[in-house]
Design a protein around this ligand. Structure first.
Ligand SMILES: [Zn+2]
Length: 353
């Protein structure tokens, strides 16, 4: 399947690649273009693929790279091309010009390799999705399934993102607006996102979200300067949707616990106060158990990529902030961080996705 997709990508590239340059650059670019060889482009691609520094390139390689930068806006229809990234950036700029700066930056990383839903999409009819702990094939077999059927993985990703926006964020995909009842982030005004494929063949998405009622930084600073009641509401909202520590509950770490393979707890309907309290206690315990496995940051090789030797490029451990505050001198909004190695998370997304 990957081979077929590669052939498809090559075909799109051949059909949609054209060269455009400024009229004044044409003579120079044409001359430099004819000097390129497949070997030179290969050596350049190899160097960059292995994260070699641009400053270590040979002059002929630098020449080729500069040339590529001059013709990088002509393949916008090709997924993954430089031009398609420019197209995405321009879309974000257009949204920002119209809606203002986004209020939430969100990464969603649904794990196809472990998800019971992916096994069902793959065709495994033995998986009971109503069970909190469905029986699945082992991790090796699940990885093989992911490699065998990238189309099912793509369907799973689309299904997951759609479900999160539809049910948790209450976004109406038909009307392209927030549903009246709102979701866990309140009401959304607009959102946009891009999708990336990891080296292990699973998708993840980065999203920018604009909230209804959200305001631009300059207006926000003005209100935070003089309105204590607004400041309290502002921090209460963000501390509710974006946490940086786990609940303090009795907990013994189970090294075999794999939260990806379990289904979320049933949402209660018409429960008594006592049952509701029990459910809430269970929910808080789920936040702790899932969070310790999924949101606790341990520095690994990936933290030191792109020249970050001796330091974590994700800035862990974060600085401890006992209480959220607005720094009036620098106009900085600083959110509470009680645990320096916990990655920001939303409790509902953590437990239910
Ligand atoms: Zn790190």
């Amino acid at each position: 399947m990957f081979v077929a997709l590669n052939i498809y990508q090559h075909r799109i590239a051949h059909l949609h690649t054209s060269f455009t340059v400024r009229k004044s650059d044409f003579g120079e670019v044409a001359k430099r273009l004819t000097a390129l060889t497949p070997e030179l482009l290969n050596s350049l691609a190899n160097h960059l693929e292995h994260e070699g520094k641009v400053s270590y390139l040979q002059p002929s390689q630098t020449n080729a790279l500069e040339l590529l930068q001059k013709v990088n806006t002509i393949s916008a229809n090709i997924p993954g091309s430089e031009a398609s990234k420019i197209l995405a950036r321009n879309k974000i700029r257009s949204y920002s010009a119209f809606f203002g700066l986004p209020h939430i930056y969100l990464t969603l990383n649904p794990s196809a390799a472990h998800s019971p839903i992916f096994q069902a999409i793959f065709g495994d009819e033995t998986v009971n999705l109503s069970s909190h702990y469905p029986t699945l094939v082992n991790a090796m077999e699940r990885s093989l399934r992911l490699a065998k059927d990238p189309v099912a993985a793509s369907d799973f990703f689309e299904f997951s993102i759609h479900a999160i926006f539809d049910h948790l964020f209450a976004w109406d995909f038909i009307k392209c607006e927030s549903k009246p009842r709102g979701g866990i982030l309140g009401h959304l005004k607009a959102w946009t996102g891009t999708v990336e494929l990891t080296e292990r063949g699973s998708f993840h998405g980065h999203f920018l979200i604009w909230l209804l009622g959200g305001i631009n930084p300059s207006d926000l600073h003005t209100r935070l300067h003089g309105d204590i009641e607004f400041e309290t509401r502002f921090f209460s909202f963000f501390e509710n949707i974006c946490c940086h520590s786990f609940p303090e509950v009795d907990y013994a770490r189970n090294t075999n616990f794999e939260p990806h393979v379990q289904r979320p707890p049933d949402v209660p309907h018409n429960m008594s106060d006592k049952e509701m309290k029990e459910w809430n206690d269970d929910f808080v315990y789920e936040i702790k158990t899932c969070g310790e496995v999924l949101q606790r940051h341990f520095c690994r090789k990936v933290c030191h990529k792109y020249g970050n030797e001796g330091k974590c490029r994700f800035l862990f451990p974060h600085s401890v902030v006992e209480k959220s505050f607005f720094d009036k001198d620098s106009n900085s909004v600083v959110l509470m961080c009680q645990d320096p190695t916990v990655n920001y998370y939303n409790p509902y997304i953590l437990v239910f996705c």
